[in-house]
Ligand binder design. Sequence first.
Ligand code: SAM
Length: 212
Amino acid sequence: MRLRNIRGSREAVAANEFVVHEPELYKGKWNSLFGNDHPIHVEIGMGKGQFLMQLASANPEINYIGIEKYSSVLLRALEKRATTELTNLYFIRFDAEYLNDIFAQEEIDRIYLNFSDPWPKDRHAKRRLTSREFLGRYDQCLKKSGEVMFKTDNRMLFDFSLEEAKIAGWELKEVTYDLHHSEYAQGNVMTEYEERFSAMGNPIHRLVAYRK
Ligand code: SAM
């Protein structure tokens, strides 16, 4: 994601009613934020939020939380969110490295990772959102029946993710190197990056990881 420091973005995010400002306070009680006990689905690295807004609108019986590290990016999602009437979608400006500070054990039903930053240098592998370190964090806060759904057009990152999932003891299903021309294409909701990269002709890879 190209990062421009948008003046005032931090203040605008801090003042927004759809941003959870002290997410640590909700650890173990996210359902109280939504006022129901619906399943919780989280997108980490949500960018401008198109994917989550479409899902939240189509699935009112699911609670969605988007996590984004940078205010300047989150601001774009907030601008779009202001044009909707959604009650099942909140955002957090947060580094997912500390995910376990804000979610308790078995609190999340599904985690989406879409077009995550590839961190191509080996020494940065731990920062990849599908690394064994991150899978360990997901293992702590995902329900036993929970799953991680990952999409990317980056073949190296995808192959790395398949390996890491196996090393970390996760099972894999619905693995495809060309999502848009696969049996899983129907119902696929595109992200901003997905639209851009598939328009360039890049095949989209997708996996679902879960535990036995
Ligand atoms: N998911 C969106 C899409 O598919 O269009 C955006 C993809 S963009 C390449 C990756 C996003 O993940 C960026 O907005 C980046 O700031 C965010 N990100 C990267 N590492 C993160 C982390 N550790 N915690 C939260 N967000 C992160």
